[in-house]
Write a protein that binds this ligand. Structure first.
Ligand code: XIL
Length: 378
């Protein structure tokens, strides 16, 4: 009987040993954020389904793969400040709570922008532009109030978004109509007064254009000359397959770094779909009619097309790795393909494949390619 017990014990410990060995053999897949550690933060835009926990698969990926989050929509003035005397922090609070729970570097987007602008912001009750004094006061109140709520928790802010046209001229927004170019330094001044520790960024699309590059470099110089804080320039990076050339994009990246600010890639995605207008950049105000020809891959991407997409995305990540000393963060504009705004812009109702994770939340081949390139770049 004794021998019998002994034999069982030996067999059990042998099995335990075996399963132990097996465990060490199973390799943990490295995540994007761990592979890129020491190079730049890997960020992602978060929507309300994720912030509220409904999209559990999305939340899992944010947690596993990313170490920075930015608000996709919930901090734009039409959402967070819908009426002059009413703020609505419901969604923004949820977003910040998610970022804190995941110990992510939290970015606020965006304070002063002509799009998704609260309808009351620049006009009086009759719809007429307000005076210079009134708009300055409204900007100050808006920035102070939003900053007061998240002081010390949101680490960096897109203070002004999309102030320039592609030709480098000032975009003729209501802010510009009323205040001229002064609205930009004023916004940076108020933001710094409201939270002296927050990083402050200027953010824009189509940054590979030479004229726009020069305008942004000039702006950085002007802000610095006034003694204002500007920490970074955000290159949105809503890419097309044939535009912009990596070379032009690299020139802008280097020009911004030379201007003495951090470069951040703030809203990256790569559409595979035909674009009605090559120069559309990311102008959210432009829309084109749907047609079947404009939606060529409603079910899946053919292998050769997917391979071309991977190659272009990889070329950009290789560039980021090459200049990782100048780049503080690379943020994807959404978690999985199904989340992307590009399914509906600039043509509504299409099926696009612009992000790093597919509709089942599986990593695309690009994820392993980025991780491999990052490890070879050590
Ligand atoms: C987009 C959002 O992703 C969409 O959900 C929304 O409908 C429109 O705005 N540049 C920006 C982002 O700075 O705020 C925009 O986000 C995309 C272009």
């Amino acid at each position: 009987m004794k021998i019998h017990y002994f034999a069982i014990a030996v067999a059990l410990s042998f099995l335990a040993l075996l399963s132990g060995c097996k465990k060490t053999e199973v390799k943990e897949e490295p995540s994007l954020k761990s592979a890129l550690e020491g190079k730049f933060l890997m960020g992602v835009a978060v929507n309300d389904l994720q912030a509220s926990g409904v999209d559990t698969a999305g939340v899992r990926l944010i947690n596993e793969q990313f170490n920075s989050v930015v608000a996709e929509n919930c901090m734009k003035s039409e959402v967070i400040h819908p009426e002059e005397d009413r703020y609505d922090f419901t969604k923004a609070d949820r977003f910040v709570a998610l970022g804190e729970k995941q110990h992510a570097f939290i970015v606020g987007h965006t304070l002063i922008w002509h799009s998704q602008l609260a309808p009351w912001f620049c006009v009086d009750k009759n719809g007429k532009n307000v005076s210079r004094e009134v708009l300055i006061k409204r900007m100050r109140d808006h920035i102070y109030t939003v900053f007061a709520r998240y002081k010390g928790r949101i680490k960096g802010w897109d203070v002004v978004n999309e102030a320039f046209e592609d030709d480098g001229s000032y975009r003729k927004t209501k802010f510009y109509d009323i205040l001229g170019k002064d609205y930009i330094p004023l916004a940076f001044q108020f933001a710094h007064e409201a939270d002296p520790d927050a990083e402050l960024y200027y953010n824009d699309f189509s940054m590979a254009h030479k004229a726009k590059r020069e305008a942004v470099v000039r702006l950085v110089g002007e802000l610095k000359a006034k003694g204002l804080r500007i920490d970074g320039v955000g290159m949105q990076t809503h890419l097309q397959m044939d535009f912009p050339p990596v070379k032009d994009y690299e020139e802008s990246l280097l020009a911004f770094a030379n201007a003495g600010v951090k470069v951040m890639i703030t809203e990256m995605d790569l559409t595979i779909l035909p674009t009605p207008d090559r120069n559309i950049g990311a102008n959210v105000g432009r829309n084109f009619a749907y047609s079947k020809e404009m939606n060529p891959y409603p079910d899946a991407l053919p292998d050769s097309v997917a391979a071309a997409w991977t190659a272009r995305m990889e070329a950009f990540f290789n560039l980021f790795l090459k200049h990782s000393d100048k780049i503080s963060r690379v943020t994807m504009w959404g978690v999985a393909d199904s989340d992307s705004w590009r399914n509906d812009w600039p043509v509504r109702g299409r099926t696009d494949y612009p992000l790093l994770f597919d509709r089942q939340h599986h990593p695309k081949p690009i994820v392993a390619a980025i991780i491999k390139a990052a490890s070879e770049n050590k």
